[in-house]
Design a protein around this ligand. Structure first.
Ligand SMILES: Cc1cc2nc3c(=O)[nH]c(=O)nc-3n(C[C@H](O)[C@H](O)[C@H](O)COP(=O)(O)O)c2cc1C
Length: 219
């Protein structure tokens, strides 16, 4: 059994009462791995709850194999690549490594890992949208690293990726919200180009803008 405490989780940023953004890795019953950005809700006592929408591959996988890895990163490129399944070029890739105590793999090169089991897998008749899964932590791996300065560019790039996933999901059903989110994506794009013009983050916001314009023809 691995030792970790609510206070060690807090020091990793899992502060009760907040939702934190992570990359969740899961597997289907045939063993195919999947990685997708997912929020993790930190409830009192540091109980962790994930809330994937039923349409996502993540939700489907968790119904089949109720285990996951919460991969910790602040890399905007990894958020983009895993959200939109970008693989195969130097900048657009991610790799899997075996986990220690669960079947879904870890993502290579992350800042830390929480391997978790889903407490009570849902029965089909209990499914709501989004689904709610409480996580039981089996293993925590958090290599120490130097402190990181706050970067508005990183924040803005990751926000853009979140908005892009919502734009793609909502463009048919909610054009007003889609337009509002699109304006935010445009604002973050110009912010990042002002403060980090030649960085991983400017590459991500360029890709986000290009992708949403391609996928939502009327924007
Ligand atoms: C930072 C971030 C957080 C996200 N959080 C969630 C979430 O909590 N639940 C959800 O269903 N989708 C969330 N999304 C959107 C999914 O990542 C996106 O729909 C993804 O394509 C789902 O992939 P999958 O079908 O492989 O599971 C988030 C996206 C980002 C960028």
């Amino acid at each position: 059994m691995v030792s970790f405490t609510p206070s060690s989780l807090r020091r990793m940023g899992f502060v009760p009462g907040t939702v934190v953004e992570t990359i969740l890795t899961t597997i289907a019953s045939d063993g195919t791995p999947n990685a997708a950005p997912m929020g993790v809700w930190v409830h009192p006592g540091s109980n962790l709850v994930i809330r994937p929408y039923a349409e996502t591959q993540t939700a489907k996988n968790l119904l089949e194999v109720p285990e996951a890895v919460i991969n910790i990163t602040d890399d905007s490129r990894i958020f983009f690549n895993t959200a939109f399944k970008r693989r195969g070029t130097d900048t657009e890739d991610f790799f899997f490594d075996p986990s220690k105590s669960v079947r879904p793999p870890r993502l290579r090169g992350m800042l830390g890992y929480l391997e978790v089991e889903i407490e009570e897998p849902l029965k089909p008749q209990e499914i709501e949208n989004p689904l709610e899964y409480e996580c039981k932590i089996k293993e925590v791996d958090a290599p120490s690293r130097l402190p990181q300065v706050y970067s508005r560019a990183r924040f803005a790039a990751i926000e853009s990726v979140i908005h892009a996933t919502r734009i793609v999901a909502l463009s048919d059903s909610d054009p007003d919200l889609t337009e509002r989110l699109y304006r935010l994506v445009q604002e973050y794009h110009s912010l990042v180009h002002r403060i980090a013009p030649n960085s991983v983050h400017s590459g991500v916001v360029d890709d986000v803008l290009y992708l949403v314009k391609q996928l939502v023809y009327w924007l």
